[in-house]
Design a protein around this ligand. Structure first.
Ligand code: GLA
Length: 377
């Protein structure tokens, strides 16, 4: 299987932590269909940690907690599949998961078979309690072989937070996506720290192996398992825009059953999703010279020969943010410029940007543009 573009979906962890249940998953699935999120591209519903009993059964198999999932996992998989979506689940390389439930160490093949037999399409595989005498790459490779041995296509989501030189082996061990940082929390500081830590790390990211900067906190509004003060809408907009520019997987972390209309429109923005899902998966280019710390600007090649640009304002006041086209190599001889559309509205802008792409950007917000290089004279 080749995962050609970053996986999109929903994950239970950010909002719900251990408070997960069959009802939650079914209601989330229904909400994603009704609110148009499935049709916008969100495909996987991932049940994170805390889904199992604390003990394996007599044959050594994992068992879904019947108090949380009374009809078992296959029932949920069938329901989710009937809605045209896919089911993701979670385990861990160690003897325990991060929250202390059974992990897959020395049970990799039996657990992979459990996931396959239950119709699971995606496995997030965490790194807590990894034994120190076996290399991380070996443990992930072992689970990848176990997944392959089932004969079922299962997306393999590595979650080792960038430890142990992950970038050297994520692709080699069959990772389709790899968490490159520690856990996100619901604050602008956390979002920007994660993004900045990965700006220079996207060379490896590409089809079948995406740099995963962690689940989205958009729309959480300081409610849930990773609360840390919450963010403004503009801060969530920057988060979503940068995850799209960088082509990180898009895993919604808020409660989609109650998401408000403004946030829903952001999460469904077709222009931003098209950039996130661009088949070229080219890394972003930093425009280095103009106040990179306060007003970072990025450019990106898209597969059809077009370009995406983002302008972020990390300052406290609204201001005009610039991307100097000379900084990304455009000769300033007046012959070439960019014809762009505004990814907020989808509208074409009625002018050509010759030496600078600039726009007014609210404090902590981001604007994204997409378009073509055109000959002016
Ligand atoms: C780790 C992961 C998180 C989440 C929790 C669950 O911290 O990085 O994304 O899966 O474990 O316990």
């Amino acid at each position: 299987m080749i995962v050609r573009t970053p996986p999109m979906g929903f994950n239970t962890w950010n909002t719900f932590g251990e408070k997960i249940s069959e009802d939650l998953i079914i209601e989330t699935c229904d909400a994603m269909v009704e609110k148009g999120l499935r049709d916008a591209g969100y495909e996987y519903i991932v049940i994170d940690d805390c889904w199992s009993l604390r003990e394996r059964d007599a044959e050594g198999r994992l068992q879904a907690d019947p108090a949380k999932f009374p009809h078992g996992i296959k029932y949920l998989a069938d329901y989710i599949h009937s809605k045209g979506m896919k089911l993701g689940m979670y385990s861990c390389v160690g003897p325990l998961t991060c929250a202390g439930y059974p992990g897959s160490l020395d049970h990799e093949f039996i657990d992979a078979k459990f996931f396959a037999d239950n119709g699971v399409d995606y496995l997030k595989y965490d790194y807590c309690y990894h034994p120190l005498n076996i290399e991380g790459r070996t443990l992930y490779n072992r689970m990848k072989m176990a997944l392959n041995a089932t004969g079922r296509d299962i997306v393999f989501s590595l979650c080792n937070w960038g430890d142990d030189n992950l970038l050297d082996w994520a692709r080699a061990v069959g990772g389709d996506l790899y968490r490159s940082t520690g856990d996100i929390c619901d604050s602008f500081q956390s979002i920007m720290d994660i993004f900045k830590s990965q700006i220079d790390n996207f060379a490896l990211s590409g089809p079948n192996c995406f740099n995963d900067m962690d689940m989205l906190v958009c729309g959480m509004n300081n409610v849930g398992n990773v609360s840390a003060g919450g963010c403004t809408f503009d801060e969530y907009k920057t988060h979503f825009s940068l995850w799209c520019m960088a082509q990180s997987p898009l895993m919604i972390g808020c409660d989609v059953r109650s998401v408000d209309d403004e946030m829903l429109a952001l999460l469904k923005n077709p222009e931003l999703i098209a950039i996130n899902q661009d088949p070229g998966v080219r890394p972003i280019i930093s425009a280095p010279l103009y106040d990179r710390d306060r007003c970072p600007a990025y450019a990106k090649h898209l597969e059809n020969g077009e370009y995406a640009f983002s302008l972020t304002n990390l300052g406290d006041e609204e201001e005009t943010v610039f991307l100097m086209l000379a900084d990304i190599g455009l000769p300033l001889n007046g012959e070439w410029g960019f014809k762009l559309r505004d990814c907020d509205t989808g509208e074409e802008i009625d002018r050509v940007f010759e030496d600078t792409i600039k726009a007014t950007v609210r404090s902590h917000s981001t604007r994204v543009f997409r378009g073509k290089l055109v000959k002016i004279r």
